[in-house]
Design a protein around this ligand. Structure first.
Ligand code: 13P
Length: 304
């Protein structure tokens, strides 16, 4: 059955000039049909660079929105419209406007995990892969960082900037707790612990490295003598890592770190998307133009 679905997906991809972009947290069946797999930054950049007319974005809502902001001439499809991001929903455009009123003239950096409306009011966008670089290159000692307080605190530690935090967090990353990592470390004393900067600070404190999902791949590549890695992020990442490095062991820091939204996309829904060119993701033009500025500012400042 799934073979027939995959065959049909491949035929439709050619017919409709479509490409399938897949985030590292997606179900294994979706990762297996990806044209490109990656983190938030890789996938946004790919969506911009590729010439295909149709992009099937297997991730969560803000990711597909970001692809549309960068490439409004393309048809951007999200297989399950309900796949939102609770962290992105923890801040609104009005919240950002209030912060700007309260702290005038302080640059606002917003994580890519935000709605297009929020992006339209921030100065710079960033991802987990470049947050430290973006913040450290902004010529201001004070920065407002929204919405993830743990990523913001991590950036504060790494840059020594004075960071005004928002109180957002990722519920999935908070399922990862320090005690579980300590137990796993006792079980696998030779292992290395990699955790995402959306994890709590006490979890970050027991890690060997704090990196986004692409950073985890890079870290394994740089530490090929290590056999076992404890993976402190959404468990879909273990599937990605195991496919890249089949001879290594990847142990989830918590079996409970499952993002229910990321798991809503399936190959059936990808097929439906390609057959019907629905559900489409779009953004109002006046919001898109303003949100694009923040994303372009991210690309510009990281090239400096
Ligand atoms: P990455 O950009 O590191 O893949 O993280 C995306 C994300 O949504 C984490 O929750």
């Amino acid at each position: 059955m799934s073979e027939q679905i995959i065959e049909r997906i491949n035929t439709l991809k050619k017919e409709k000039d479509a490409v399938i972009l897949v985030h590292n947290y997606q179900l294994s069946e979706v990762q297996d049909i990806a044209d490109y797999l990656g983190d938030s930054l890789d996938l946004s950049t790919k969506a911009k660079e590729l010439s295909n007319k149709v992009v099937v974005f297997c991730g969560v809502h803000f990711m597909a929105e970001t692809a549309y902001i960068l490439s409004p001439q393309k048809v951007i499809l999200l297989p399950d419209l309900e796949s939102g991001c609770p962290l992105a929903n923890m801040i609104t455009r009005e919240d950002v406007l209030n912060l700007k009123k309260r702290y005038p003239d302080i640059p606002v950096v917003g994580y890519i995990n935000t709605s297009a409306e929020v992006k339209s009011e921030i100065d710079y966008c960033c991802t987990s892969a470049n947050a430290v670089e973006v913040v450290s290159k902004i010529p201001s000692d004070k920065i407002i960082f929204v919405p993830d307080k743990y990523l913001g605190s991590y950036v504060q530690r790494m840059t020594k900037k004075n960071i005004i935090l928002w109180h957002g967090y990722c519920p999935t990353h908070l399922k990862i707790i320090k005690e579980d990592i300590i137990k796993l470390k006792q079980q696998y004393p030779q292992s290395k612990v990699m955790v995402h900067p959306e994890c709590s600070l006490e979890v970050q404190d027991v890690a060997d490295v704090i990196v986004g999902t692409s950073g985890m791949i890079r870290y394994v590549r740089q530490n090929l003598e290590v056999e076992t890695f404890i993976v402190g992020t959404e468990i879909g990442m273990c599937y990605r890592l195991k496919k890249l490095f089949p001879e290594k062991n990847f142990i989830p820091a918590s079996e409970y770190a499952v993002c229910p939204n990321m798991k809503k996309n399936s190959i059936d829904k990808v097929l439906y998307c390609l057959e019907n060119l629905e559900p489409k993701i779009t953004v109002k033009e006046e919001i898109r133009i303003k949100a694009l500025r923040a994303i372009e500012n991210m690309y510009k400042i990281t090239k400096q």
